[in-house]
Ligand binder design. Structure first.
Ligand code: SF4
Length: 281
């Protein structure tokens, strides 16, 4: 079997940076530190972080008197204020690319522009982005949802979740422009996502099946699998090497491997070793 591994597979800059910040705080403090929600959407990496004294706070958990780290997705200003009041100190590890979009949303709404965000309404990054609007703001997950936006919004700007599928963003952009001629549209999909999706598409075109590695709760990983399936290429979404249907995959001639932005390098290495038959027993 020929194996092709995407160069862009694995941690993006924002996730790597947030993990390094959290590990640095835990090392310096020498005690348990907390993250506002899981630092990344990957159960195996979270278990590893827990072992280093980095513990995620769930939605309803009381905020402890300890350092709390804000993850790469960012938070709405109200949540940041609450954390600052309750925690011993807050370390902001919001990805700089997400902060830029948050700031632009605030600027647009200060100028009376209605903000439309193309993304998943429940995703923490989108919740954070929405919270930075200081006027009318909406989230749409598909072009059809654009039809449900209120009429008479005045000036409109469209932005996107950083990990939005580019093809979906384009259909949303076309519908926004049809409904609100003159709307400003900004694809704020980050370059790392762009590169990962492009490389996944290119690989999916030339292989018999794709293995997509990452947490099942990782939206950007799920999106990679959807991109492959949308192109008619079977995609096996696995969290670890143990989940690989090896007998099935080894019957194929060409297999591609990609991974989401929150998949650690060691899991990718394990999967590649298992697929190529070089894994230690
Ligand atoms: S996907 Fe892009 S914007 Fe999101 S955390 Fe990673 S680098 Fe930042």
């Amino acid at each position: 079997m020929e194996l092709y591994v995407a160069e862009s597979a694995g941690f993006c800059m924002g996730v790597r940076r947030a993990i390094e910040i959290a590990e640095g705080v835990a090392r310096k403090e020498g005690r348990t530190v907390y993250t506002h929600g899981p630092l990344i959407h990957n159960p195996q990496a979270l278990a590893d972080l827990r072992g280093k004294g980095i513990v995620p706070l769930e939605e309803d958990d009381p905020v402890p008197r300890a350092p709390v780290i804000v993850r790469a997705h960012g938070v709405p200003p109200g949540a940041m204020n609450r954390l600052e009041r309750a925690a011993e100190r807050v370390v902001d590890a919001t990805c700089p690319k997400v902060s830029t979009i948050q700031n632009r949303i605030a600027e647009f709404s200060d100028r009376g522009v209605a903000v439309v965000i193309a993304g998943d309404a429940d995703h923490p990054e989108v919740v954070g982005l929405l919270g930075h609007a200081r006027g009318p703001a909406f989230v749409v997950g598909s072009a059809d949802e654009v039809d449900g936006l209120p009429a008479g919004l005045g000036p409109v700007v469209l932005v996107s979740q950083t990990t939005q599928d580019e093809a979906v963003f384009e259909t949303i952009r076309d519908r926004v422009l049809a409904r609100f001629p003159g709307a400003e549209t900004l694809s704020t999909i980050c370059r790392s996502t762009h590169r990962r999706q492009e490389e996944t598409r290119a690989l999916a075109r030339r292989v018999d099946a794709m293995v997509v590695i990452g947490g099942r709760n990782s939206a950007n990983t799920c999106r990679l699998a959807e991109i492959c399936r949308g192109m008619g290429t079977p995609a096996y979404h696995v969290e670890t090497a143990a989940e690989l249907p090896l007998a099935e995959l080894r019957r194929l001639e060409r297999v591609g491997v990609t991974a989401g932005a929150s998949t650690p390098a060691w899991i990718i290495r394990d999967v590649v070793a298992a697929l190529s038959g070089t894994a230690a027993d």
